[in-house]
Design a protein around this ligand. Structure first.
Ligand code: AMP
Ligand code: MG
Length: 414
């Protein structure tokens, strides 16, 4: 950690949420290395090289309707009668319009030179090679213009964009068949704790299942990472050092769950100190115990408390921005929604609270957030009950009906 990144802590030695995020983001260096992927495989990846169109889209003026292409000057008043001189289904290249005639035209077909409007078939009467146009036709009617979507030479998707289905469609619309994307960050997950068993193993006294591996693994995959499962590490210094060193040798980031406190059974801190450098950050938020950040042989390391809820929240608030920056994304700042509190909060705290919350739209169309009754960071079912986090600022009391900030999970899992 360099000097200039060390901000003044608030609340006697604690970092604010913003300070901790800024430090992490500053320490995350976008990965070098890209993959060339077929367009259909780009979903969820982060674009490494912007997509520039070589063509106008649409490539020519075309009809938005089934009807007749005309020169509007021939149809200034209702009732004009014109011979039909050509038929233009979508996909054909038209001949110039014979002056004083109409062309039968279908949606998507290019407008012939000499025509400047399309009159829809519902207001025309056709008979024996002629058409009567029963309305006056303004120039430009029902014509979609060349380049109105995309102009040749323009950048249509910026580097750093996470590719959604609509981006794939847009790239396809300019004929782009391959994309250059950031390679997936490789993240090694280390779960430490003598109490841990893998799902599928029989439960024995004193043990619990290793849920954090699956929560963290799912979060990582949702954010475009490759997950390397390092297994369960026993609570000894030697085992912790060995696992962390191996993890650092094969990953872009080592993420550890549990063992980051300073108790007798917590070996992550001394292990990293022996292998590299470590900062323990106490951050003025709830839930959340210390977050550990360091480096092992140049590989960044983030350690989260083992409590399943703390891990989930810590990940969304701190690990996510780091991972987004690794992939060159700059949309890591959370954008809270303003919603109405469907709860009273009478316990002001010096720390900012990120409470598990459920947002629902009432019969009156208003979005209201309720908070889970449990504040325990061990109650993982509260996280599946919730669809986001309500942010309760430091020292705030909230009365039902007031406006609060809400962070939807769906925005943070991408
Ligand atoms: P620790 O951070 O190691 O002190 O663990 C805090 C709490 O989280 C303890 O109750 C642990 O049993 C629990 N815990 C630690 N690691 C995991 C894990 N991988 N899955 C589920 N719970 C865990
Ligand atoms: Mg432990």
């Amino acid at each position: 950690m360099t000097e200039e990144l060390c901000c003044t802590p608030t609340l006697s030695g604690l970092l604010s949420y913003e300070q901790a995020v800024e430090r992490l983001v500053a320490a995350a260096h976008p990965l070098s290395g890209t993959d060339n992927v077929a367009l259909r495989d780009g979903l969820g990846r982060v674009l490494a090289a912007g997509v520039v169109s070589t063509i106008d889209v649409p490539g020519w003026d075309y009809s938005a309707m089934d009807g007749y292409a005309v020169n509007a000057a021939d149809c200034r008043s209702a009732g004009a009668e014109l011979p039909v001189s050509q038929r233009l289904p979508a996909g054909v290249a038209p001949e110039p319009l014979v002056p004083g005639t109409a062309a039968r035209i279908f949606t998507g077909a290019p407008i012939p030179a000499g025509a400047d409007a399309v009159v829809m078939q519902e207001v025309c009467t056709a008979s024996a090679g002629r058409v009567r146009v029963d309305v006056a036709v303004p120039p430009g009617d029902n014509v979609r213009r060349r380049g109105e979507d995309i102009a040749a030479g323009s950048e249509i998707i910026r580097a750093g964009t996470r590719l959604e289905p609509q981006h794939l469609g847009l790239a396809a619309s300019v004929g782009c068949a391959e994309l250059v994307v950031c390679r997936r960050p490789r993240v090694a997950v280390v779960a430490s704790g003598d109490e841990l068993l893998m799902p599928g193993e029989p439960l024995t006294p004193g043990k619990i299942y290793n849920s954090n591996l699956f929560t963290a693994g799912g979060l990582l995959r949702a954010l475009g990472c490759e997950v390397i499962e390092m297994g369960i590490v026993e609570d000894t210094l030697e085992a912790t050092k060995a696992a962390l060193a191996e993890a650092a040798s094969c990953a872009d980031l080592v993420f550890a769950s549990g063992g980051v406190s300073v108790g007798e059974e917590d070996h992550v801190k001394p292990a990293i100190e022996a292998l590299g450098t470590l900062d323990m950050w106490k951050i003025a938020i709830r839930p959340g115990k210390p977050v550990a950040f360091g480096h092992i042989d140049g590989t960044p390391f983030i350690g989260s408390p083992g409590n399943p809820v703390s891990l989930f929240v810590t990940f969304l608030l701190f690990v996510r921005p780091f991972l987004l920056r690794l992939q060159g994304r700059d949309d890591w700042r959370l954008q809270p929604m303003q919603v109405i509190a469907d709860f009273d909060w009478q316990r002001p705290d010096k720390r900012r609270e990120f409470q598990r919350a459920q947002l629902a739209i009432g019969g009156d169309g208003i979005a209201r957030a309720s908070v889970h009754p449990s504040r325990s960071s061990g109650v993982l079912s509260s996280v599946t009950w919730a669809n986001g986090l309500v942010v309760i600022p430091e020292g705030r009391v909230i009365a039902r009906g007031e406006s609060v900030d809400f962070l939807p999970f769906c925005e943070m899992l991408r």
